[in-house]
Design a protein around this ligand. Structure first.
Ligand code: NAD
Length: 353
């Protein structure tokens, strides 16, 4: 299979972890006779340093032409004093919008050797395997008006959703549940919000097309509690932008190892894959970053953009095996484990492929 991947390492540890993911993908491509090509562009602070803007039109165009996009991380203190429209995170918002990435997917699955670092009791978190599907381009973060009134003393934000925006994300939720454990939890605040009542109506309509999927509706406050008290009761969660932002961050700390978590942002045609963590400026350039979240994001790319399920699974199993053998980077702790740097961690994963 021949595929063109645009890589956007970004800032901080971005380049270090991206190099690791590319090495793993090259090994997969050799083993399975694929032909992956990688074209590198700038985003975030590194783009600002070169071009005085956090994302250039040339980079957007390259992403539009790509089969998939890998992103490292953006941001750092160096750019914190820039005006808001030039800050690194604007690059991320602009690329999501330009590519119409409306679905954000976060699988949250703990790795057995790391569960002791979870803030939850091992008996509670053990066996949890959650998949959060968050709407990414609508709702409160985009609705207008969004303004100050009465000399700045009144503030307005608008939570607005069109039927089609809800339908397409709810379908992603059902389709994801169908290929997993066939259980969809739709999270809303239908006891208070009109947009949530429309959301719930649409989930009820759509469920006729997915009779094999069991559907629950859950209020967002209950969902926040249940994620902590009973995480194994979830399979796929589908929810709107703001609720998804909060629940997915809550979910990401449950496994005790945020450096391990991958994510995908999907449009109807293209996907952007990135680890959940940030650019870790405190350790950038030291060669000790944990590359596993980025490597697992590359595995998601193979599965969701290229339909290469076997290859994706091989990478996930290689990561799991490496941890079981006790190898880990400095951000993780495994009892009687071996602490290694980014380069060695990547070599171990490749040798386990
Ligand atoms: P962070 O995730 O970058 O770092 C938090 C802590 O986790 C740090 O101690 C860091 O060293 C550690 N860490 C994170 N990823 C790691 C990895 N792969 N290996 C080893 N250790 C790792 O979050 P932060 O410190 O709040 O933010 C730093 C910068 O990243 C900020 O500019 C922030 O805006 C940005 N950020 C970017 C993204 C993104 O690109 N999607 C997400 C979150 C934060």
């Amino acid at each position: 299979m021949k595929k063109k991947v645009v890589v956007l390492p970004g800032d901080g540890i971005g380049q270090e972890i991206m190099d690791a993911a590319i090495q793993v993908l090259n090994k997969v491509s050799d083993t399975y006779n694929h032909n992956f090509t990688f074209e590198q562009y700038e985003i975030g602070g590194s783009s600002y340093d070169k071009y005085a803007e956090p994302l250039t039109d040339e980079t957007v165009e390259a992403c539009l032409q790509a089969d998939a996009i890998l992103l490292g991380a953006i941001g750092g203190e160096k750019w914190d004093s820039l005006p808001p429209h030039l800050r690194p995170e604007q690059g991320l918002l602009k690329i999501r919008k330009a590519l119409n990435l409306f679905a954000n997917i976060r699988p949250i699955k703990g790795f057995a050797p790391l569960l002791h670092a979870s803030p939850l009791k091992e008996s509670v978190i053990n066996g949890s395997d959650i998949y959060i599907v968050r709407e990414l381009t609508g709702g409160l973060y985009f609705g207008t008006p969004r303004e100050r009134r009465e000399d700045g003393n009144v503030a307005v934000d608008t939570l607005l959703y069109h039927r089609e925006e809800i339908e397409r994300i709810v379908e992603k939720g059902f389709e994801s549940a169908r290929i997993r454990n066939k259980h969809l939890t739709s999270v809303d605040k239908a006891n208070v919000l009109e947009s949530s009542r429309l959301w719930r109506e649409i989930v009820e309509e759509k469920k006729e097309q997915y009779p094999d999927v069991k559907v629950d509706h859950m209020l967002v406050d209950s969902a926040a509690m249940k994620l902590i008290t009973d995480p194994t009761s979830f399979d796929v969660i589908v929810t709107e932008n703001l609720f998804g932002d909060i629940l997915s961050d809550e979910g990401s700390v449950l496994t005790g190892s945020i450096g391990m978590l991958p994510s995908a942002s999907l449009s109807e045609t293209v996907g952007l894959y990135e680890p959940v963590h940030g650019s870790a400026p405190d350790i950038a350039g030291k060669g000790i970053a944990n590359p596993l979240g980025m490597i697992l994001s590359a595995a998601m790319m193979l599965r969701y953009s290229f339909d290469l399920n076997e290859e994706a699974e091989r990478i996930e199993q290689a990561v799991e095996k490496s941890l079981e053998q006790g190898y880990h980077t400095a951000d993780l702790n495994i009892n009687n484990g071996v602490e290694v740097d980014t380069k060695k961690m990547t070599e171990v994963v490749i040798s386990n492929l």
